[in-house]
Design a protein around this ligand. Structure first.
Ligand code: SF4
Length: 337
């Protein structure tokens, strides 16, 4: 038996848990390939315009996998921690798929709702037992081992690995020497998706910039960032991480040289967090840029803005830290003396 896992949305956070869980049950995991313009376009073609680009990408990956697998993992994420929620679009994902698509394989859609604590895992585990016809003991063992594996790989993200590097054992491209550092914040499924992010992290690295993300920041620092702001607490888990990481960096400008947030066009949560960070950045000493992304492809605009941003932060720090300018970096890249 095989299960398809779309390489989109919470794949970037939870893939190792699910992979190990299914492997322990003897179920073959088939992962869709990295997002391409074709996958994005086929998702956009079957969804309503109002849906955000990451959900369109998810649909594209489901269509990519549907003829290759016996069933498909599409969890209904409601909450992954006490007192907080996941975006409603992820709660409704199985319904959106099953009501808009025919000829899909059976969807395995456990209800993940952990608002009442970790015992709430019992319900999705029972769903897995029924769906895959496995014994309670094998489901329990698979769950326990998947937790161990998932936590181990989450710790690797803190060392600076990307999810793809950590999940698939890829070699990390560490840049040598002293260089500027930019925090690239946003939902992991935007920041790490090569097509949705328009390879922004790679473009920054090509400019000799170290890139760090919210997933690379320990949760205590994210909590510190959230605690240091006044105002009502957010109750969206993923938005809290972005906001907490952003606030932490804004209060620690010696740890990064600039902050870029990626926001999906049409996403209410990201526009709220982007605005909160933009307001906080006006009072802080850290350069800040907000980039909106959608399914329209065209790297030139975002890349030009990123280059201008890098030039600006180099200009700020050149005198203080004697770091080469972007012009120097381009000249070096071109092999000039
Ligand atoms: S949080 Fe925003 S980007 Fe993420 S699924 Fe919801 S609407 Fe889309």
């Amino acid at each position: 038996m095989s299960v398809g896992i779309p390489r989109a949305l919470l794949y970037y956070l939870h893939f190792p848990y699910w992979r190990r869980f299914f492997q322990e049950l003897g179920i073959k995991v088939i992962l869709s390939p990295p997002t391409t313009a074709r996958i994005l376009n086929q998702g956009a073609a079957v969804t309503v315009d109002e849906v955000c680009a990451p959900v369109k990408v998810f649909f594209g990956h489901v269509l990519e996998l549907k003829d290759q697998v016996d069933c498909m993992l599409v969890p209904r994420y409601v909450s992954v921690e006490r007192g907080a929620y996941i975006c409603p679009k992820l709660m409704g994902l199985p319904d959106m798929l099953s009501h808009s698509q025919t000829s899909l394989p059976p969807l395995f859609s456990p209800n993940i709702d952990l608002r009442r604590g970790s015992l709430a895992w019992l319900s999705p585990l029972l769903e897995a037992r029924r769906f895959f016809s496995r014994s309670a003991s094998s489901i329990g063992r698979a769950y326990y081992r998947s937790l161990q594996e998932g936590r181990r790989l989450e710790r690797q993200l803190l060392t600076g690995l990307t999810p793809e590097e950590a999940f698939h054992g890829l070699k990390h491209r560490r840049l040598p020497g002293k260089r500027l550092r930019v925090a690239l914040l946003g939902h992991a499924y935007n920041v790490y998706d090569p097509t949705l992010s328009m390879n922004l992290a790679d473009h920054l690295r090509a400019l000799d910039i170290d890139v760090c993300t919210a997933e690379m920041l320990p949760s205590e620092k994210v909590a510190w960032g959230l605690a240091c702001r006044d105002g009502k607490e957010l109750f969206w888990t993923l938005s809290k991480r972005i906001l907490g990481a952003g606030m932490y960096y804004l209060k620690h400008p010696h740890e990064v040289d600039g902050l870029i947030t990626l926001s999906s066009f049409g996403c209410g949560l990201e526009s709220l967090v982007g605005d909160l960070l933009a307001r906080a950045a006006r009072k802080a000493e850290l350069p800040f840029m907000l980039l909106n992304i959608d399914e329209h492809r065209g790297e030139a605009g975002p890349v030009t803005r990123a280059e201008a941003f890098v030039d600006m932060i180099r200009g700020r720090s050149t005198n203080a830290r004697n770091i080469p300018t972007h012009g120097d970096a381009v000249a070096r890249t071109a092999g000039a003396p």
